[in-house]
Ligand binder design. Structure first.
Ligand code: NAD
Length: 471
């Protein structure tokens, strides 16, 4: 069989699935993309990354206007037209997903709408409104993503208890909002709803927010949130939820020292996500999952079934859109017979709070856990001219370096725009750059990108703007 005739079925049209389908189509494969939604986009574009970032941009505008009083400009309290804000957010989603629909048609990707399940290792049955369609394939790529986890103790059939999808619908701005979980979603939604005017309390079961991020970066965010949130309760779990007769939700909280019951208008549960692997008919194939439900894949994203690949959230952590997109490329190239493999040196993580936190490559906590010796060089944004002109010196940039070679192993940034700045760190880690490469590359002045160059300079004690105490 020639490769041009290969039939590739892609199950799930999120940021893993639609790039896989588009890349496969560009290679001349006969591609079917299966998803219940009208256009490609998946959770990320419809009810995740994109709507949340649109709303977080609005939250940022509100905060900037508040900050402006520090440099003599008073805007007064904002008037928030919730319908207008929701409409704008929905418009962003429609434009993006509609555009992808057009691109799918232009690439002659056949879209089949509905929920697909494997019948055997070469057939997917798709169901929609009781109607069945069968898609047969030479190769399938499973990209079905993940769903919010809802532990039994937090399950309450009430529209007063939200998951992230409900929070992004922006139905209302509750007077008081309890957010269960101090991870990515919890803190991004805390940033949003606090800016819109809710009194937000965050409870986190462990002793730290954003468990995957380095503590020094998280401290900067935590300090900034102190002024904006009602409370952040660490080492505290929610043990039960009940609708309160007078409105709101009654919540049993178990902390290290005491148990309390409090009432909040709304509760958002953001305690992690689970891979969507349970209802795919995988038992009719040789595909296997691990104890957490992630599909087992090798370095080429092959499952235990030779004709089936898996990518994105359903194939393992980190559950990040850009990781899924990159895996899509690997899977399609392997199907095309190329020697591709999944071996990134740096997957960036960005938390779109205010300030943002971003990191890539090795973190300090990971280095400690794995016994890897590193040197760390830092540049505080108090010494950055650009940060001063923005009125935002609450940032910090650090670089983890391999002792002896001065190779860049990881970069961590906290501060506004950290999510954009981290891209230079990704390139440095992937290219095996040394600190010299960063400090010898001319960075634009004045810009926050200079904090990366200056962090490298600090290592050699050649930063014009900062004298390190060590070295
Ligand atoms: P998360 O894993 O980031 O955080 C969940 C937090 O909830 C953890 O800190 C955990 O300790 C805590 N927790 C668990 N059970 C609890 C309980 N009963 N009471 C109190 N706290 C509890 O998960 P998330 O925030 O739900 O996000 C899910 C995934 O979505 C993330 O892993 C991330 O990959 C992805 N995501 C990424 C972005 C981004 O890239 N900016 C944004 C949102 C979501």
């Amino acid at each position: 069989m020639t490769t041009e005739r290969l039939r590739v079925a892609v199950l799930g049209a999120g940021p893993g699935g639609y790039p896989a389908a588009f890349l496969a189509a560009e290679r001349g494969f006969d591609v079917t993309l299966i998803d219940p939604r009208a256009n490609p986009g998946g959770v990320c574009l419809y009810i995740g990354c994109i709507p949340s970032k649109a709303l977080l941009h609005a939250a940022g505008v509100i905060r900037e206007a508040e900050h402006a009083s520090a440099f003599g400009i008073e805007f007064g309290a904002p008037t928030i037209d919730l319908d207008g804000l929701r409409g704008w957010k929905d418009g962003v989603v429609e434009k993006l997903t509609g555009g992808l629909g057009t691109l799918a048609r232009a690439r002659k990707v056949r879209m089949v709408h509905g929920l697909g399940r494997f019948v055997d290792a070469h057939t997917i049955r798709v169901e929609r409104d009781g109607e069945l369609a069968e898609v047969t394939f030479d190769f399938a790529i499973v990209a079905t993503g993940s769903s919010p986890a809802m532990p039994a103790a937090l399950r309450l059939d009430s529209d007063r208890v939200w998951d992230s999808t409900a929070a992004l619908e922006l139905r209302e701005v509750p007077g008081t909002l309890l957010i269960v979980g101090g991870g990515y979603i919890g803190l991004e939604m805390a940033t949003l709803y606090a800016a819109l005017g809710s009194k937000v309390t965050v409870v986190e079961a462990t002793g730290t927010l954003l468990a995957g991020a380095d503590a020094d970066l998280v401290r900067v965010l935590a300090k900034s949130l102190e002024g904006r949130l009602e409370a952040v309760l660490l080492e505290t779990s929610v043990t039960a939820l009940r609708e309160h007769a007078g409105g709101g939700v009654e919540v049993d909280l178990a902390g290290v020292e005491e148990q309390t019951t409090r009432t909040f208008d709304r509760v958002l549960v953001a305690v992690g996500r689970r891979p969507n692997s349970a209802d795919l008919g995988l038992e009719h194939t040789s595909v296997t999952t691990n104890e957490r439900g992630f599909i087992r894949v090798d370095h080429q994203r092959r499952t235990d079934e030779p004709s089936i690949f898996a990518i994105g959230d359903v194939a393992g952590e980190p559950m990040l859109a850009h990781k899924a997109t990159h895996e899509a490329r690997v899977a399609v190239e392997v199907i095309a017979g190329e020697p591709a493999a999944w071996e990134p040196a740096a997957i960036p993580a960005v938390v779109y709070t205010d300030p943002e936190i971003a990191w890539c490559g090795l973190t300090e906590q990971e280095a400690r856990a794995r016994g890897i010796e590193v040197e760390v060089t830092r540049f505080p944004w108090t010494a950055s001219g650009r940060a001063l002109t923005l009125g935002r010196t609450d940032g910090s940039t650090k670089i983890l370096v391999e002792p002896g070679t001065e190779r860049v192993l990881g970069v961590g940034i906290v501060g506004p725009g950290a999510g954009e700045l981290i891209a230079e760190g990704v390139l440095a880690v992937e290219m095996g750059a040394r600190l010299d490469d960063l400090r010898m590359s001319i960075h634009p002045h004045p810009s926050l990108t200079e904090t990366i160059m200056e962090a490298a300079e600090v290592f050699f004690n050649t930063s014009p703007h900062y004298i390190a105490r060590r070295r």
